[in-house]
Design a protein around this ligand. Structure first.
Ligand SMILES: [Zn+2]
Length: 282
């Protein structure tokens, strides 16, 4: 059954676990999310970004339709539909209009003042039932097709100010995590747990960890214990998915894609276990 993302995050915060947010852009990846959530009896956040949909020539509304068409077959799976990294206000509005009730606005590349202003406007546009995730600091690495950019760690004082001014429902933190399996630093990211603790202390809303691919499992588990409620995955999953496709090119298209869907579902199930949300379906 579909839920508001903020409801799924509130339950995670209360229960002391996180929900993996899986990037999808086609029917196969959506099905993998549902198969994994059913097997793990877990909630799941199904998300997509325009940079993932555009190359496949799929609109926000079409993807939302694909996700919701599986609701009938998987009624026991609690899920939310979310826009990952809306890079502009216009892109976030298109996602809302296309039936994404939850959006992330990524204003991390611009000034702090612009980030506050646009986030505040989008919070209003999302309405009382919508969910708005924003970013304070800058996660860095490759995101939204914009190329590599530097990390700016989140500042606890700025975070408090940001929340007061914008009313954001969830915050993506920059604590040494980076997009795209180590991105520009080419080594496993080292999370700043001391900073995470300080951010958690000033923040009453769920915290989000982006760029979790490549972060050692023990560190993800520790971050979840310290208040991370949503963990974003892309690179790690699709490396495994594409390896499976490449290994099975001699099969028919249907057999090859079916195998890849199952492999992807298996990987997502492992993430649910790691994030502590296996068995937490409600
Ligand atoms: Zn991200």
């Amino acid at each position: 059954m579909e839920y508001k993302m903020k409801e799924i995050l509130a339950k995670a915060m209360e229960g002391g676990y996180a929900v993996p947010a899986i990037c999808v852009s086609n029917m196969e990846s959506v099905l993998a999310c549902f198969l994994a959530a059913r097997a793990a009896r877990a909630p799941v956040i199904i998300q997509s970004a325009w940079s993932e949909l555009e190359p496949q020539m799929i609109t926000f509304g079409e993807l939302a339709g694909i996700i919701r068409c599986f609701e009938k077959r998987f009624p026991e799976v609690p899920f939310a539909i979310h826009l990952d990294h809306g890079m502009t206000e216009e892109e976030c509005m298109r996602a809302l209009e296309g039936g994404f009730p939850s959006i992330m606005y990524d204003g991390s590349a611009g000034t702090y003042e612009d980030n506050v202003e646009v986030t505040r406007r989008l919070r209003r546009a999302a309405g009382p039932d919508g969910t708005l995730e924003a970013e304070v600091g800058r996660v860095g690495g490759e995101e939204g097709g914009g190329g590599d950019c530097e990390i700016v760690k989140s500042d606890p004082g700025q975070l408090r100010d940001f929340l007061e001014k914008t009313g954001a429902d969830a915050i993506a933190v920059s604590i040494g995590n980076i997009h795209g399996c180590h991105g520009i630093v080419k080594r496993a990211p080292e999370l700043d747990f001391e900073l995470l603790q300080r951010l958690h202390d000033v923040c009453g809303v769920p915290l989000v960890l982006h760029g979790a691919s490549g972060i050692p499992e023990a560190d993800v588990r520790r971050a979840v214990r310290m208040g991370i409620c949503k963990v974003n995955y892309y690179t790690q999953l699709y490396n495994v998915y594409m390896d499976c496709v490449k290994e099975n090119v001699s099969l028919t298209m249907e057999e090859c894609m079916g195998k890849a869907t199952l492999v992807l579902a298996g990987e997502i199930e492992k993430l649910m276990e790691m994030c502590g949300c296996a068995g937490k379906a409600f």
